[in-house]
Ligand binder design. Structure first.
Ligand code: ZN
Length: 299
């Protein structure tokens, strides 16, 4: 073949590659594979909240959700063999026995290599003895957490983040009640376009959480009122963390079914899961999002 013929063939090949890429971009969007882990929890409604969250995520049209359930407390964890690398996101609805070392190592490498994690409510009580997990969630509570695990993070009255290293417990909460959420970072893809202040339905307002708090942004806080047996401080409620190339969305919300029926909880869950998967949020703000003084829940 002469030089001219070679050039023509090269051009045709280039066109083919371009066409293939274009048609791929135009094909229906592949869903984000997300794995919910549950199986042990001091919250007896965990099987129900797993189903609720699965529904909330799938209704966006963005996610295909699987569930991996561990053996019950004290069971043989050798039977628990999730393949994290098959997923883009792992959602933790788990607060129970430690996983085998091989699973911990696989989870660490999943997140380091860009895997996304969503941690809801009591999942941040889990694994107090697993340092890399605590880096991923930024802050945790209970399980004998204290100043040895990191500072207590809160916002002062002037709106400044405080890292308090003084001795004290890690994790407690006051009464189950409805409370206001205050956005602290309005520019994050998760919070952008969402109302700055909104009323969350009844939930546990976690306080005095402690942890490494590295590479962590507090997205929103809530005032833990003393008359609800709280701390009298603005407590971090939702956080965005990076770990290696991975992203983590940590919400402390979601104690009861009615807490998860809150459209604020649902919207943050959906947006947080998209952000940890892609670094972006394409979802619109629902019209029924709660107001500053008014809760808004799903039936
Ligand atoms: Zn709870």
């Amino acid at each position: 073949m002469n030089k001219f013929g070679e050039k023509i063939i090269f051009l045709i090949a280039c066109l083919c590659i371009l066409c293939m890429q274009y048609s791929h971009a135009q094909s229906p969007k592949e869903k984000i594979k997300l794995l919910i882990i549950d199986g042990q929890n001091n919250h007896g409604n965990w099987a129900q909240t797993t189903q609720m969250m699965k529904g909330y995520l799938e209704e966006t049209g963005l996610f295909a959700v699987d569930i991996a359930t561990t053996p019950p407390e004290g069971g043989d964890m050798e039977d628990f063999k999730p393949v994290f690398s098959n997923y883009k996101v792992v959602l933790l609805n788990y607060n129970g026995d430690a996983w085998p070392q091989t699973i911990n190592a696989a989870f660490e490498s999943f997140v380091k290599n860009g895997g996304g994690v969503v941690s809801v409510h009591a999942a941040d009580n889990a694994f107090p003895e697993w340092p890399e997990f605590n880096k991923m969630i930024g802050l945790g509570g209970w399980g004998n957490r204290s100043e040895k695990d990191g500072p207590y993070i809160y916002y002062d009255e002037a709106g400044k983040l405080v890292k308090d290293d003084s001795p004290g417990v890690g994790g407690s909460h006051g009464k189950f009640h409805a409370f206001k959420i205050i956005t602290r970072n309005k520019k994050h893809p998760i919070t952008k376009d969402l109302p700055e202040v909104w009323m969350h339905n009844k939930d546990e307002l976690y306080d005095r959480l402690r942890g490494p708090a590295e590479n962590m942004e507090v997205l929103a806080t809530a005032y833990s009122a003393k008359d609800q047996s709280g701390t009298g401080r603005n407590e971090p409620i939702m956080m965005a963390i990076t770990y290696g190339r991975g992203k983590i969305f940590h919400t402390t919300l979601g104690h009861a079914n009615e807490s998860q029926q809150c459209i604020g909880f649902i919207t943050y869950l959906q947006r947080g899961a998209e952000w940890v998967a892609t670094g972006k949020v394409t979802q619109k703000v629902p019209a029924a999002f709660p107001g500053p003084d008014k809760i808004s829940i799903r039936p």
